[in-house]
Design a protein around this ligand. Structure first.
Ligand code: HEM
Length: 410
């Protein structure tokens, strides 16, 4: 196993490409995370060919709301739902309350609210669109590490609501859920948080509750990796991820993407029992700087061939980063996870983890091989347990005068 994993080749090239993207992001090329606070917009655009909330630097507060269509829903139900939400979301993101809002003051403080609408297989079925459903819009394969819980199943629709203020998130979620009834009914809510966006540490946007710098190796957000993320990205500007999508966007999804959401419990109580060296060994990076164990700073490339005094690899072949890193150039995903820290059950000390979220043009080609490798062997599995799993198609943005999902539901 070790020899195979350490044998560079195509994998090494992919690793180099990914880490170049890290450096581009750190340099702030097209990355809003690295932009000075003063110019960070307080209002994100609603209208356009793509929805907000995908490549924008993740705001510190989020709610993920899973909703189901009612029994007997039809394409008309889907159209009506999108009609209502298009108007309400446009107003909320512009810091105005929806028309039916009796407390529009709660929407009045611009806080970079983004509401991203995504649909599941049940939406396609209700709309009579199974024939054009992308093949990847289906349950992910079962992974050996999964302990899926009935509390957060796949739903017909998902709202990803993110903002700089938890008040904005709570208000938008409430208005959109109430406004949707009876066209869609809330099934579950998952809330999460990240550190506030700051310019002080542009290369360290997020620490998860294990204390790790999370989000270092990502596709570039300057457009050069667009085809890894967006469906129907322009091949001329879509960069080196062209093989990721490879085919034209499925009907009605050009300008959309896919969203994978997995709730992953993190056992802080057993994590607390290992020393710092053990924790760093498990992930392959330093807790303080986020640098690879073979490097000095976060952006350094991991040296997979480096060995210690005893001849063992410094970066363990079963460390999280070694298992997660791309072995093919297209196996890259845009991660935008949020921490959760919910009240523990009586008698328990903690109930923490990640609402793991990733965007990619094709989850089967990009996400699944990574998750498969992690499920087979990843030291982090000792402390982490996936509790839910969902896949959604993020709709394209709504152009002026158009409703969300217009091209799909026409
Ligand atoms: C890298 C933590 C789950 C994919 C990392 C890093 C940390 C981390 C600390 C190193 C810094 C970075 O590049 O972001 C975690 C934790 C998880 C988790 C705590 C669960 C609780 C996942 C899952 C996937 C994933 C489910 C996808 C299936 C990746 C990838 C990288 C990465 C692709 C970059 C690897 C590289 O090229 O160096 N993760 N992760 N992670 N993780 Fe995770």
């Amino acid at each position: 196993l070790r020899t195979g994993l350490l044998a560079g080749g195509a994998g090494a090239a992919a690793v180099a490409a990914t880490h170049l993207a890290v450096e581009a992001n750190r340099a702030g090329v097209g990355s809003r995370a690295a932009a000075p606070t003063a110019v960070r917009p307080a209002v994100l655009p609603f209208r356009g060919s793509r929805q907000s909330g995908v490549v924008d630097a993740p705001q510190p507060f989020a709610a993920f709301v899973g909703l189901d269509l009612p029994e007997g829903a039809t394409r008309l139900t889907c159209r009506r739902l999108m009609r209502v939400w298009t108007d309400d979301i446009e107003r909320l993101m512009a810091a105005r309350g929806p028309l039916t809002d009796l407390e529009p003051e709660l929407a009045a403080v611009p806080s970079r609210l983004s509401v991203t609408v995504a649909v599941g297989p049940g939406f396609y079925a209700a709309a009579g669109l199974d024939a054009v459903r992308p093949s990847w819009l289906a349950p992910l394969p079962a992974f050996a590490v999964d302990r899926l819980n009935r509390d957060w199943p796949q739903t017909d629709v998902l709202l990803q609501i993110r903002a700089d203020s938890p008040v904005s998130v709570a208000h938008a979620a409430r208005r959109l859920v109430v406004g949707a009834e009876p066209l869609a009914v809330q099934r579950w809510v998952q809330r999460g948080f990240r550190e506030p966006l700051t310019d002080a540490r542009p290369g360290m946007p997020f620490r998860n509750l294990f204390g790790q710098v999370d989000g270092t190796v990502q596709p570039a957000t300057d457009g050069s990796d667009d085809r890894l993320v967006w469906l129907g990205a322009d091949p001329a500007t879509g960069g080196d991820g062209a093989e990721a999508a490879g085919t034209p966007a499925p009907k009605g999804l050009a300008g959309g993407t896919s969203l994978v959401i997995r709730r992953i419990a993190m056992n802080l109580d057993t994590w607390d029992q290992i020393d710092r060296a053990g924790r760093e060994h498990a992930v392959g990076r330093r807790l303080g700087s986020g640098a690879p164990l073979t490097g000095r700073v976060e952006a350094d490339l991991p040296d997979l061939a480096a060995t210690d005094d005893l001849g063992f690899p410094v970066i363990d072949p079963v460390s999280h980063v070694r298992r997660a890193m791309a072995t093919e150039p297209h196996e890259r995903i845009l991660r935008a996870p949020y921490s959760y820290d919910d009240p523990p059950a009586p008698g328990q000390r903690s109930n923490c983890g990640l609402v793991f979220v990733s965007f990619q043009a094709d989850p089967v080609r990009q996400f699944v091989p990574i998750q498969q490798r992690l499920a087979e062997a990843d030291l982090l599995n000792i402390w982490t347990t996936p509790l839910s799993s969902g896949v959604y198609a993020v709709l394209p943005g709504a152009q002026a005068g158009e409703d969300l999902g217009a091209a799909l539901l026409d």
